[in-house]
Write a protein that binds this ligand. Structure first.
Ligand code: DLL
Length: 441
């Protein structure tokens, strides 16, 4: 049993319950305004729209959004650093950046009004997790150019909670603060929370006995099995929060206490699911790439931004009564697919197997190497201290079982190496699951 978040209705959540026809009308108004703003102020967008022989006045329904061009991460790179800004620098009060895989970061910008919108969606996110005035929130997302720290910070302050701006890292101090300050909720990546759990058990801190009752976990994929693990060893309720720098940061979507998909704050972020190959819009329920349009961000509007995150919109209404549509949790990105011996392999498929099989810990790494021109893949996973101290035969049997199960799920046999607890490097932020050594092989 998890410690229940207070179920009462929070007034900040009122916009989550706007009747759908009104919400659609608001979305169309906002879409028309933002398209006009981007057309008038962002050269790249204007050229693309004009080359399609379109004008902002041609957007007369929400379905017309499909006429507009997509924006991609490459566009942000090509216009680095300020090329997609739609207001003068004088009106921009904050920038953030996310590190790309290729050197230069992606830069994003906010006017004061944009920041107010961001704070409001973070307040609504915390409210959906049952947090309120009087809560003590330990914010262990990194502060700095990463959006996690400051995004959660202003939302938590604005809901009236007491914020501990501890940022990531220094795990022993995190646990001391959690215990001594009576922390009731924590914000961090799910893998960092796993690390906190481990360290707590080494230090003899019983997380179940603390007032901690909610975790707001995001910034990286995690699984239902990881949620079960976290909730059973801590008794907290684990909420999935989604967001990305290009759209605003954390607070694009959040789970409600039903934990059946994440409600998208659709009055500010319009979702579409497309076929990543053809770009065609897919109906609700079908899995594809999430495309988001920002309705209320004026420093840097993003029209039809291709997130690369793979999900589906959940058909039907959530029992919580929110009219905001939900998306399935993000298990993978279209660009993190590995192709091994011609078979498509996603790290999330491997993780799901590791977490289902008894005796392993949720700490693993996928190592890619190349031998004789062929890609090789190995999974290293930590096992529990009991398993590790067991007979060699038992370890071998567990490795065999994992290899069999992975083969059944993924379609190819992958080498699994069991390693001692605490061998795999822990992350303070987003975990690095895939170590690609192919260039060195
Ligand atoms: O990770 C913003 C954030 C901070 C979200 C704190 C939640 C909590 P970026 O660094 O730009 O922004 O990374 C965005 O991270 O496109 C997804 O691939 C991934 N991601 C974010 N949240 C989730 C989640 C922040 N809940 C990228 N589940 C996104 C799965 C997530 N993946």
């Amino acid at each position: 049993m998890t410690k229940e978040a207070q179920p009462s209705f929070h007034p900040a959540s009122a916009p989550d319950f706007v009747p759908a026809p009104l919400l659609r009308k608001l979305q169309l108004d906002r879409l028309q305004t933002i398209v006009k703003h981007a057309f008038e102020n962002v050269e790249l967008f204007r050229h693309r729209v004009e080359s399609r022989k379109l004008r902002p006045g041609d957007i007369n329904s929400l379905a017309d959004i499909a006429k507009l061009p997509f924006t991609t991460k490459v566009d942000l790179r090509d216009t680095y650093p300020f090329g997609l800004f739609a207001t003068s620098l004088r009106d921009i009060v904050r920038v953030h950046a996310s590190s790309g895989t290729t050197g230069k970061p992606i830069v994003v910008a906010y006017t004061q009004k944009d920041l107010d919108v961001w704070t409001s969606v973070m307040v609504r996110s915390f409210a959906a997790c049952g947090l309120h005035e009087g809560d003590i929130i330990q914010n262990a997302y990194g502060y700095g150019l990463f959006t996690g720290g400051l995004g959660a910070h202003y939302g938590a302050e604005s809901i009236g909670a007491t914020v501990i701006p501890i940022s990531g890292g220094n795990t022993d101090r995190q646990l001391m603060v959690m215990k001594d300050f009576g922390v009731t909720a924590i914000c961090c990546t799910p893998t960092y929370f796993l690390h906190l759990i481990d360290r707590a058990s080494q230090m003899g801190v019983d997380l179940k006995s603390l007032p901690l009752r909610a975790g707001v976990f995001g910034a990286e994929p995690w699984t239902q099995s990881m949620r079960k693990h976290i909730e059973s060893v801590t008794n907290i309720q684990a909420f999935d929060i989604y967001g990305l720098s290009e759209i605003i940061g954390p607070g694009v979507a959040i789970e409600c206490p039903n934990h059946d998909g994440l409600h998208i704050f659709e009055d500010h972020f319009y979702p579409e699911i497309i076929d990543p190959e053809t770009g065609k819009v897919l109906p609700d329920g079908e899995e594809g790439e999430l495309v988001l349009t920002t309705f209320s961000k004026f420093a840097m509007p993003m029209i039809r931004y291709r997130t690369r995150d793979i999900t589906a919109l959940v058909p039907g209404q959530c029992p919580c009564g929110r009219t905001l549509r939900r998306m399935r949790r993000i298990g993978r990105r279209s660009d993190d697919m590995l192709i091994i011996r011609g078979v498509n392999v996603y790290p999330s498929q491997i993780e799901a197997v590791l977490l289902e099989v008894e005796g392993t810990l949720p700490h693993y790494q996928i190592i890619l190497t190349r031998a004789h021109g062929l890609d090789q893949i190995e999974v290293q996973v930590e096992v529990t201290p009991q398993v590790f101290s067991d007979r060699v035969g038992a370890l071998e049997a567990l490795a065999e079982k994992l290899m069999d199960t992975i083969e059944r799920v993924v379609g190819i046999r992958i080498k699994v190496t069991l390693v001692e607890p605490q061998t795999i490097q822990r992350s303070e932020g987003k975990a690095k699951r895939v170590i690609d050594k192919r260039a060195q092989s």
